[in-house]
Design a protein around this ligand. Structure first.
Ligand code: KMH
Ligand code: ZN
Length: 274
């Protein structure tokens, strides 16, 4: 099995600072949080950003500040969100790609998101994917339901893409695919043999999804975007604490944890020249 790639989805768009007081908000918070996550064992930092009031934003200037803050103090792979917050405009979701992060997310279908709808109609996915390819950003397919896997494979072929294909299964969003071992097995069965995958469970399913992914040779995403609590009723102190929990689960199962350099090799990424 490849060494375990741990993604820190550290900021998100749905959680408020009132719900999780340790949420990193400013570029300084994000830089410190990223360093701590890297020390704990993360190799990818999935980045949403917040404005001065702590609200989610897709403002390019804020992404630039946070991107620079992370890359100047860590070796982490920075992965921008292109999902943003539910209701963000298509143009706003695409704009930060001009900063050419190493990776960005790509959701290949529309899904109910609680009482909201996370909109990803096929024409927009084609435009977003085309933009990523034109600026050299490697996508991670963000899979909330099973139909998004064949959609991703179809877009890859249609656009003549050649990058390594990495999928992240985001399970237990209300309205999306539920978390269960059978659901993970089914999603994995849809993947090409040379693809890699990670998984995360939103909320209560989080730790069990991490364990199931580790046992199956998948990778794991964790962080405040996906889970607020480190155990029932106990708010996590930091994203690094959540990363440490995944490292512990991996250690109990004899799975080594990847460095950012090993993660780049597994994911076919060319290290940035800096
Ligand atoms: N905030 C969600 C609506 C992504 O980052 O690409 C979408 C999301 C996915 O978080
Ligand atoms: Zn996200």
């Amino acid at each position: 099995m490849d060494a375990l790639i741990i993604t820190a989805a550290a900021v998100g768009a749905e959680l408020s600072p009132e719900e999780q007081p340790n949420l990193p908000l400013t570029p300084e918070d994000v830089a410190r949080d990223a360093r701590d996550c890297e020390s704990a064992g993360a190799s990818i930092y999935h980045l949403h950003v917040r404005d001065a009031q702590g609200r989610p934003t897709m403002e390019v200037a804020r992404f630039r500040e946070c991107h620079d803050a992370i890359t100047s103090s860590t070796d982490l792979i920075v992965q921008f969100t292109t999902g943003g917050a539910v209701g963000d405009s298509e143009d706003d979701r695409i704009a930060p790609l001009e900063l050419r992060p190493e990776m960005a997310t790509l959701t290949t279908g529309t899904v109910n998101f609680g009482d909201d709808v996370f909109m990803n109609p096929a024409p927009f996915v084609r435009r977003l994917y085309g933009k990523m390819l034109s600026v050299g950003v490697t996508p991670e397919y963000e899979i909330f339901d099973s139909g998004m896997v064949p959609a991703a494979l179809g877009h890859y072929d249609a656009l003549g893409a050649t990058h390594h294909r990495h999928f992240d299964f985001v399970l237990s969003v209300p309205g999306g695919m539920q978390a269960s071992p059978a659901a993970i097995d089914f999603l994995v069965s849809l993947l090409p043999a040379d693809a890699t995958w990670s998984a995360t469970g939103i909320g209560r399913s989080h730790a069990s999804v991490a364990a199931e992914a580790i046992e199956r040779g998948g990778h794991v995403r964790t962080g405040f975007e996906d889970v607020r609590y480190v155990e029932a009723g106990v708010l996590a102190e930091s994203n690094a604490q959540l990363v440490e929990r995944v490292v512990t689960i991996a250690g109990e199962r004899g799975r080594a944890v990847a460095s950012p350099r090993e993660a780049r090799t597994t994911l076919g990424l060319v290290p940035p020249s800096r």
